[in-house]
Design a binder for this molecule. Structure first.
Ligand SMILES: NC(=O)c1ccc[n+]([C@@H]2O[C@H](COP(=O)([O-])OP(=O)(O)OC[C@H]3O[C@@H](n4cnc5c(N)ncnc54)[C@H](O)[C@@H]3O)[C@@H](O)[C@H]2O)c1
Length: 314
């Protein structure tokens, strides 16, 4: 079976994802683009196919339709009805994106989709829950980008502060992709050095605020953010298509608290293959539960119910 991806919603985020995929080593054979604005997508496909002449990839890019769901391995949804710059909070998109997802996820499932949903549309944790509730697939087949991008932002900030390569930093952001994201300071390390003891309380708060604020800081300047989330989507895509068994922080289903939320998982060809356990200090436990409540609130308001079981490593 070929490695086919369909992307629904080909605006800033969707197209940045596709372009980033085509500029990296990947195992993607075919990309089908689906958007309300068909004419713009035709233009995108022409442009990308011309670009591909100058690349080593043999990936084919085409104007797609929901019929492409039948044999797609990944359906990435980045659709939205409200421009990022018109929102003051990711929650502002909830009502519109909920009805949008009824249409999109319903159409995808009606065309026999058997693959993995990869969700970027905001509020992303709630939209992942909504996707699962509509599609009624195993929650391991629904992945939200969650706090993966916040984690990259944290690693960047810490790397600048510590003057080291960001990939040498093991520090993660958990919780909601939004105001209730929090840094897992108790598990933050640079090699053998605990970052929890390196920074005082005030410095930790400042760094956490910078991470949470980063998205808004970018939108204020350039009206939207897309490169960071695009690379996050590429990393998740590659982990799935290459069956990498890679640890990433993404939005996944917390069965105990009944919400999709950012926490560490192992990603492979079946999607979320394992949830990793994580120890929390009392402060971090409070932050996690605050995030659960915030996501739950949105989810409960929309009477969404996710249910099934996960394999976990203790
Ligand atoms: N998860 C993250 O970390 C993260 C980061 C940045 C942005 N986002 C979110 O990504 C989403 C997209 O942002 P954007 O800047 O690309 O928006 P955009 O407005 O540029 O693109 C949205 C696209 O969705 C399309 N669309 C609307 N209704 C559709 C439908 N019924 N079927 C198919 N396509 C439809 C629009 O035509 C448009 O092309 C937003 O929800 C935004 O908040 C998430």
């Amino acid at each position: 079976m070929k490695n086919k991806i369909m992307v629904v919603g080909c605006g800033n985020v969707g197209m940045a994802y596709v372009y980033a995929l085509l500029n990296q080593k990947n195992k993607v054979d075919e990309i089908a683009l689906v958007d309300l604005d068909r004419e713009r997508i035709e233009g995108e496909v022409m442009d990308l196919n011309h670009a591909l002449v100058l690349s080593e990839h043999s990936t084919s890019v085409k104007v797609g339709s929901y019929a492409d769901a039948k044999d797609a391995k990944i359906c990435c949804i980045t659709a939205s009805r409200i421009a990022q710059v018109k929102t003051t909070s990711r929650m502002d998109e909830l009502a519109e994106n909920k009805s949008l997802f009824q249409e999109i996820v319903g159409n995808v499932m009606n065309h026999g989709f058997q693959g993995i949903f990869l969700i970027a549309s905001n509020p992303v944790d709630i939209m992942a829950g909504i996707t699962q509730a509509i599609a009624k697939v195993d929650p391991s087949r629904v992945i939200g980008t969650g706090t993966a991008l916040d984690t990259a932002r944290l690693q960047y900030i810490l790397s600048k502060n510590l003057k080291v390569d960001p990939q040498s930093i093991d520090a993660y952001v958990l919780g909601e992709h939004g105001p209730n994201a929090f840094v897992l300071w108790s598990g933050a390390h640079l090699g053998t050095v605990s970052l929890n003891s390196l920074y005082d309380q005030e410095a930790k708060k400042t760094i956490e605020r910078m991470v949470i604020q980063a998205g808004y800081d970018i939108v204020r300047r350039k009206k939207a953010t897309y490169y960071g989330v695009a690379m996050t989507l590429v990393a998740i895509t590659n982990a799935i298509l290459e069956d990498k068994k890679q640890m990433m922080i993404v939005s996944n289903y917390d069965e105990q608290n009944e919400v999709y939320i950012g926490s560490p998982v192992i990603l492979g060809k079946t999607g979320i293959e394992k949830r990793l356990p994580f120890a929390l200090t009392d402060l971090e436990k409070t932050a996690y539960l605050k995030a659960v409540t915030a996501i739950h609130q949105g989810t409960k308001n929309d009477s969404i119910h996710v249910s099934t079981t996960y394999e976990t490593i203790e």
